[in-house]
Each structure stands twice: as structure tokens, then as C-alpha cells.
Design a protein around this ligand. Sequence first.
Ligand code: NAP
Length: 320
Amino acid sequence: MRAIRVSEFGDPSVLRLLEVPDLSPGPDEVLIEIRAVGINPVETYVRSGVYANKPALPFTPGSDAAGVVISVGDGVSGWRPGDRIYTSGSKTGVYAEQAICSPEHLHRLPDEAGFEQGAAVNVPYATAYQALVHRAQARAGETVLVHGATGGVGIAAVQIAHSLGLRVFGTGGTDEGRRRVVEEGAELALDHRSPDYLNELMGYTEGRGVDLILEMLANVNLSRDLSVLARRGRVVVIGCRGPIEINPRDAMVRDASILGMILYNASPEEYAATHEALIKGLAEGTFRPVVQRSLPLAEAPRAHEWVMQPGALGKIVLIP
Ligand code: NAP
């Protein structure tokens, strides 16, 4: 089979497509055929060697894929050859034609979702769900600003928040992205490159501010986020690419909370509840992953360049 291998940390050119031996499942393992792979920004941090948890070299990147079960090892129950699945991790990496998974890495992909959409589920939707439901404990009727609503996590957050009965506001850097954010369930989409967009938000909420902010770029926005929160408001820091200075008084005077989160800290109960909700949402059509670009597996280096550029509109996927 063919797989992307990284033999040294570095720029996107270290993602090399190689012919490698086929895989076979051991006890308690499942072999899957991968039909689509979801690209996440974290994979660029891991590839370049700046991420705190570095894998041993060489490795095949990626956690999010969709495909079908090929075969199961001894002791596996609940999965059969031919089952459609999406993944939340693997033992061997998913930028490849095949992967070995533990049963807990696999989730049923409803017939209503295609493989490219399935590859766009795990990190974006699970993160958005964890942030909204388990960290911020969002309630119907509250207002939420999805700060960076055009990317993988942002579009998922807009759809999930809308389905939970929140009033959703989003931001995007392009006209096309902002139009899409409104189509996906936001009542207002603002331009995070405009100097006074947060004043517009305050005007729109008649000076009250918002109950929740899901923050995709905290190193740029966290300080101003605190000034547009309503009393008892919460900011969930999802994305952060550096330090920022804040005035804690802005949180103090609002009884506001800053909540950090990283998906792999979810408890087993939260993980199970999240994927149950995601599968239901995919089957009902409430959660509709948006794929901006799909490229052949060999173009993984280009996908890593694009995922870090502005102008997001959902996910980039690779097709093995
Ligand atoms: P993505 O698809 O590349 O999207 C990036 C988003 O950030 C786009 O909506 C982009 O908007 C927006 N953005 C750019 N400049 C911004 C600004 N000044 N203010 C607000 N938003 C801005 O990435 P993603 O997969 O959605 O992930 C978003 C971030 O969360 C990344 O940093 C990622 O590493 C992180 N993340 C964290 C976790 C966790 O567990 N904590 C999980 C998943 C992702 P435009 O392109 O329209 O300008």
C-alpha cells in the first residue's frame, strides 16, 4: 500500500509518499481501507517538530479518516468487513491507503454522509462539541460568537450551536466565507480583518455582548474578547499560536471565565457522548461537514501549506 511517511521534522516537503508493506490486524485490532483523510492544523505543528508531543520518527501523520473495515483481529466484536466508519485516531497513522485501529478509534459513518465528509468529522466536530457542550455548558437561547467561523472547527461550531438553539454570530476573513457562515446557521457574520467589527457586534447586541465566545486565534483576540462578553460570559480557548497580554480586570468586572480546552483531555464519558451526538447529527443532516478542497494523497505537502493560509471554507481532504 501507499502511505505518507515523515522521516525528519521540517517543512511540508518532508511528507513523502512511499510504497510500504500491507498491514494486517493483530488481536483486538481492526484493519481499515481509507477513502478520505481530513487535514488538521495540528498535523502541521507535529510535522514541523514544534508540537510538544513529538512522535518517534519515521511516522505516518493524521487521525481523521473515513473508509470501510477490511478485516478484524481476534477478540474484536461489533465491527465487520464492509462497515462504513470514520476514525478518531489509529495505531499507524491515516495519511495512507490503510490503517490499523483499535475498536475505540472507530465510529459508524451514517449512509447520509459521504467519505469526504466523514474524514471532516472527528477533530473539527468533536472539538466544537466538547467546547460548546462540555466546557462552556451552552444553553438554548444564549448567544455565541464563533471567532473564526469559516474553518473546520468554526463551521462545525456554527452548525452545532444552531442545532442546540443558540443565537450564533461568526467571523470570517472573506466575503465567500462569511456568506457560508450565515448559510450554516449564523444570524450575523463579521469580518475579523476589519478594525471595528467587535464594535458592530456590541451594536448588534445593543451593548450587552455575548454569552459565549469560541476562540480560534486567542493570541490575537483574547484581550478584546473579554470586552465583548456579557456578564457571566465564557470564552473557550480552542486555538492559540502564541502569547497575548490581557487585563484580568475585564474578566473580573463581568464575572467572566476563560476556559482552555484540548480535545484529547475529554473524559471517556465525554468522548462517548460526543461521538453519539455526532453520528446522530450526521444521520439527521443537522451536521453537514463542508469540504473546501480534495486532493490526491501525494499532494499532502500542498494540503499542509493551504491549511495554514487565510481564506478557509471548511476542510481540506486527501484521497488515497
Ligand atoms: P482552519 O480550518 O485552518 O481555520 C482557521 C480559522 O481561523 C478560519 O476560520 C480563519 O478565518 C480563522 N482566523 C484567521 N484569522 C483570524 C482572526 N484574526 N480572528 C479569528 N479567526 C481567525 O483551522 P481549524 O481546524 O478550524 O482550527 C482552528 C484552530 O483551533 C487552529 O489553531 C487549531 O490548531 C486549533 N484546534 C484546537 C483544538 C483543541 O483541541 N484545542 C482542536 C482543533 C483545532 P479566515 O481563513 O476566513 O480568515
